[in-house]
Design a protein around this ligand. Structure first.
Ligand code: SF4
Length: 209
């Protein structure tokens, strides 16, 4: 969508106010879901692509930068496979997630805890507000939780490679880019990922992303 200068300034102001509200949020801490709330935000009102992940991990929180770890490096590589330049993920992509605070380790201590439905419900209005203000052309749903929250439930092999247009936004599901996920070990699943990245490459050219 094209915006004139005045509209862009208004959107930038609204986004700054929203991001300040998110940064000062302590709801999950106050309600006992996490010991310390440390929300992080990253993105600009004129970004054309908005990424929705699960939740920041400890590394991203420590760096105050979403997708700071290996998952971010893999996601950047996927963007490059779709024709985007190096650095695009952090410099030109709005990075959002179902919750903005690190949920901590899971009970087995071998990975990140999945945010609970209650935590996601508390954080969801921020995500809806970001979508309303930024109005991205493309929304990348990264990982099962984001896919289930915005696209569909079901096995990834029936979902990756599909997309949906809703309210002028194109929703494209992607698998989680972490080395922990074994889904991508299957060559057939790699092919599905490449199909999804080919769709993204077409949009990059067609919409000048
Ligand atoms: S996860 Fe979201 S709702 Fe919960 S404290 Fe952090 S910013 Fe607030």
């Amino acid at each position: 969508m094209m915006f004139n200068n005045q509209q862009m300034e208004a959107r930038t102001r609204s986004l700054t106010v929203l991001q300040q509200r998110i940064l000062s949020c302590r709801l999950c801490q106050e309600q006992g879901y996490i010991p310390v709330a440390h929300p992080i935000v990253s993105g600009r009102a004129n970004d054309h692509i908005l990424v929705i992940g699960q939740a920041p991990g400890h590394r991203s929180t420590a760096n105050n930068k979403p997708f700071s770890g290996p998952g971010g490096r893999i996601l950047q590589k996927w963007l490059e496979l779709a024709g985007f330049p190096p650095g695009y993920l952090h410099e030109h992509t709005y990075l959002s997630s179902l919750t903005r605070c690190d949920p901590g380790k899971n009970s087995r201590g071998n990975g990140d805890r999945r945010p609970s439905p209650a935590e996601m419900a508390l954080c969801r209005p921020y995500l809806e507000a970001e979508l309303r203000i930024v109005q991205p052309r493309v929304v990348l749903l990264v990982g099962t939780m984001a896919i289930e929250a915005f696209f569909a439930r079901g096995p990834l092999e029936k979902i990756i490679g599909r997309y949906e247009e809703r309210d002028t936004m194109l929703f494209l599901p992607l698998p989680h880019p972490s080395g922990v996920s074994r889904w991508l070990n299957d060559p057939a699943h790699q092919q599905l990922l490449h199909n999804a990245l080919a769709i993204l490459a077409d949009w990059r050219e067609g919409y000048g992303l």
